[in-house]
Design a protein. Structure first.
Length: 239
């Protein structure tokens, strides 16, 4: 009788143990890197509407797109060797050599398209004060003084889309899971006749991967097999 009871209880105990191990493994899932993508718009003046381009005096803003995957939670945005091409930066500022004094606000709007599932809004605005003077002999310049306070974004991306960038095996899934990141923008200084990229950075990026469908299927299959075994032993014991 005792052996029969043990034979019935053993599979159940193993099943509970398997569920516990699976839950522990998920709770200690590694923090994967995060794929970041988006675009920017901007405008000059108080209460302005950000657009793809804007001009104030001899200063012109042009928007851009950006994308990339973090490494150790960090990603720099804006290291394009050709800032005028406006790719993988936060846009650019071009300053003409025309004499002009500057004292105006600027608003940069950043919209994230990845990761998806950002809580609240996937856009954030960063304000700046532009000051400076360009003289007739092409001396001077302007300073774009941004609010550099990092903004926190949290997300739950359940789409599990393939990462568009090639990644080493150690990087893990980068577009599927729950996580967060900080985003901030750097100040800009411009000489007359120059074009300068607006730069920023992602810091503290992390996410915990959701269980892969194949893993859940294997777990479900194993538990179903254990349950079936328990039922068979109960029927045999009842005869």
């Amino acid at each position: 009788m005792t052996n029969r009871i043990l034979s019935m209880v053993k599979p159940l105990v193993l099943g509970i143990f398997a569920v516990a191990i699976f839950g522990l493994a998920q709770g200690e899932a590694r923090a994967d890197e995060v794929f970041i993508a988006g675009f920017t718009n901007g405008c000059f003046g108080a209460s302005c509407a950000p657009g793809a381009s804007a001009t104030s005096g001899g200063l012109t803003y042009s928007n851009s797109t950006f994308s990339g995957t973090t490494a150790n939670g960090f990603r720099g945005i804006g290291g394009n060797p050709n800032p005028g091409s406006n790719f993988n930066n936060l846009g650019s500022m071009s300053l003409s050599t025309a004499p002009q004094s500057y004292n105006t606000p600027f608003t940069l709007q950043v919209t994230f398209t990845a990761p998806q599932g950002i809580n609240g809004s996937n856009s954030a605005t960063f304000t700046a004060t532009i000051t400076g003077t360009v003289r007739s002999d092409n001396t001077g310049g302007v300073f774009v003084d941004f609010n550099n306070t990092p903004q926190l974004f949290t997300f739950t991306d359940t789409n599990c889309e393939p990462n568009p960038e090639a990644q080493p095996p150690s990087a893990g899934q980068t577009t599927c899971g729950s996580g967060s990141f900080f985003f901030s923008i750097n100040d800009v200084s411009i000489d007359p006749g120059q074009t300068v990229a607006i730069t920023g950075q992602i810091t503290g990026a992390q996410q915990t991967s959701v269980p892969e469908p194949a893993t859940l299927l294997l777990l479900g299959t194993g538990l179903s097999g254990i349950a079936a075994g328990v039922r068979r032993r109960r029927k045999a014991a009842a005869k």
